[in-house]
Write a protein that binds this ligand. Structure first.
Ligand code: F6R
Length: 615
């Protein structure tokens, strides 16, 4: 939700900030803006639309000179996306300028108060209220910018990552975070500020990630001073060496990040195994699980909390954990869990799944579970993210940066981590036999190669996509381990192609959705061998007799479904429990090709953002 970038140093700020915004555009892209300070003037340009629109407008309207810059790419919360509501926002005097990711919940009360003191507002945003509150504090108390920001933030309720610049103090930028991420890149007499490290990796590999409740005064000449917003205590900042490289955040010859990330899945899954699984020796090492093995394996119940695609990974994990480790599992939307007074005890283990590690609803669910005494285990992709820090223990997915807004490799690597975890618990509890354990491990090791083979159906999938790209609706059906995959397939299609799609357990079709089936309705059915194959074949017959169009995902060599379906897409054979790692692949490619054929913006679908840091 919104990307923020800042620069202060000896370079021209404009190219740094502009490129930074392009890299952060996955976080929000309904409007964008940049403020530049050239030593005399503080100039601002903002516009509704994408960073490319901003570039065009800015270069034809203001000078791009200046060694200080702040930029913002927005996902609207308060106020429609338009030029005025875009960030940065000036204070009334024009001396201060701010960029903000988050929500100031009590902005309305603060705004009313500020109005009584003569402040006026141009926009509908909470952010413009915050910058004027800072100005008001600074006028009233006669304090420096850092102090004014601190006093103002202590009057707010909500979430923020902010950067504030005062043209009367041109050597410093003040930043602060609570609930939204903020990284500071530390260079030689130059500093970078961003929602994540991608805007500055070519300039420095040293970064400070502010913790929640911290602020920093970043001075070009004197370095960085970090303190707690609440009690003013000084914090010794930890300068971290970044593992990220430029190649990981570029498209590497693919037309879209989503396609690159789909094709990265064989290596992403291998990376997730690396150092954890020794299949021939029957060993799984996961520090976060090993260190807490009794606590987790003795859990009365595992509660999984997540949102969107991560929630679907949680549903797959429910089947796997119950099957292997025989621990009861419940999977909850984090947003529902946090507001429904759930029954949680100290004997529960909560697993929070999040690619970004920043999702506000998941974070709030974790806090609630911790308050009630549960042990919380995080499965995150982004190293050092808020959720990975808030949980008691965890395991990273090691998928590498996922930039396409539609989640792909995060999903399969989440399932991989959760499968390893379930296997480890099953072995520890004795709920799996040694031969079965070894078989599963050996098959897991073959999965990256099988994912590669599944990707080999790309041309066939493209052909099918062309036939169904104009469909208005689409049904996805699956059973058992593949029911959540059907949900995920439907989500992928709707979010990037805007075609209405629904996922159902195949057998539920006859309880309602079957009424939708006619010759216009494509139905994607996951019908791999084993499991409930025969039952799914019956479901396919039911669709066929109502003239529905059947696209079936089948096991290599299948002939029975081939005779019934309009189209088949083959995936290699594997053990039933591991099929989601393969059946997901054609569904990702199908939605990708349909969206491309419809001319949609695959990497940045409308109304969405990569990390949802608001409720
Ligand atoms: C769908 C998608 C979203 C995310 C959801 C949770 O493709 O990307 O549904 O899965 O917003 O995000 P994380 O996993 O970052 O918590």
């Amino acid at each position: 939700m919104c990307g923020i970038v800042g620069y202060i140093g000896h370079r021209d700020a404009y190219p740094v900030v502009l490129k930074g915004l392009q890299r952060l555009e996955y976080r929000g892209y309904d409007s964008a803006g940049i403020a530049l300070y050239d030593g005399e003037e503080l100039k601002l340009c903002k516009t509704k639309g994408k960073v490319a629109d901003l570039k065009e407008k800015l270069e034809s309207s203001i000078s791009t000179k200046g060694n200080v810059g702040l930029g913002h790419t927005r996902w609207a919360t308060h106020g429609v996306p338009n030029d005025v509501n875009s960030h940065p926002h000036y204070s009334n005097s024009g001396n201060l300028v701010i960029i903000h990711n988050g929500i100031i919940e009590n902005y309305d009360a603060l705004k009313k108060e500020l109005k009584t003191r003569g402040f006026t507002f141009e926009s509908d945003t909470d952010t413009e209220v915050l910058v004027n509150l800072i100005e008001d504090v600074s006028n009233k108390e006669g304090v420096k910018l850092g102090k004014a920001v601190q006093i103002a933030l202590n009057q707010t309720v909500g979430a923020y990552a902010i950067a504030v610049f005062d043209k009367r103090k041109p050597n410093e930028i003040v930043v602060a975070r609570l609930g939204s991420p903020l990284a500071i890149g530390v260079g030689e007499d130059e500093f970078f500020i961003a929602s994540d490290a991608s805007p500055f990796i070519e300039y420095t590999s040293n970064a400070i990630y502010l913790e929640d409740g911290e602020m920093a005064v970043v001075r070009r000449d004197k370095g960085i001073k970090v303190r707690k917003i609440k009690d003013d205590s000084l914090v010794d900042p930890y300068v971290q060496e970044l593992q990220l490289n430029l190649e990981q955040i570029e498209k590497g010859g693919y037309e879209h990040f989503m396609l690159k990330e789909i094709y990265e899945q064989p290596s992403a899954i291998s990376d997730t195994f690396r150092g954890r699984m020794l299949a021939d020796k029957g060993i799984i090492r996961m520090a976060g699980v090993d260190d807490n093995i009794e606590r987790i394996s003795n859990a009365k119940r595992i509660l999984i909390v997540a949102c969107g695609t991560s929630w679907h990974a949680g549903l797959v994990a429910e089947y796997i954990f119950e099957d292997l480790a025989r621990i009861p599992v419940e999977v909850e939307y984090a947003s529902e869990f946090r507001y429904r007074n759930p029954i949680i005890s100290e004997n529960d283990v909560v697993i929070a799944i999040s690619q970004s590690g920043e999702t506000a609803d998941t974070m709030a669910a974790i806090k609630l579970a911790k308050e009630k005494g549960a042990f919380v285990f995080g499965v995150c992709n982004v190293v050092g993210s808020s959720i990975s820090r808030e949980t008691h223990a965890g395991a990273y997915t090691h998928a590498g940066p996922e930039i396409g807004v539609a989640s792909t490799k995060a999903f399969t690597t989440q399932i991989t981590v959760l499968t390893l975890m379930a296997l480890k618990l099953a072995k520890h509890k004795g709920t799996i036999s040694h031969p079965d354990f070894m078989l599963l491990l050996q098959e897991m090791e073959r999965i990256p190669g099988k994912v590669k083979l599944a990707l080999g159906s790309n041309e066939n999938i493209k052909f099918i996509a062309d036939i169904y790209k104009d469909a208005r609706n689409c049904l996805y059906l699956g059973r058992g381990f593949n029911f959540p995959v059907a949900l995920e397939g439907a989500l992928k299609l709707k979010e990037i192609s805007y075609i209405h799609a629904e996922g159902y357990p195949a057998a539920e079709m006859k309880h309602g959705p079957i009424a939708l089936i006619d010759e216009q309705m494509p139905v994607v059915v996951i019908a791999t061998k084993k499991g409930h194959y025969e039952k799914v074949v019956s479901n396919i017959q039911e669709i066929k007799s109502r003239s529905g169009k059947i696209i079936a995902i089948v096991t290599e060599g299948d002939t029975e479904v081939r005779d019934l379906a309009d189209h088949v897409i083959e995936v290699p054979e594997t053990m039933e429990l591991l099929t989601p790692l393969l059946t997901t692949i054609p569904l990702q490619l199908l939605s990708y090709h349909i969206a491309v054929m419809l001319g949609k913006n695959v990497d940045q679908p409308r109304n969405l953002a990569k990390s949802v840091t608001v409720e």
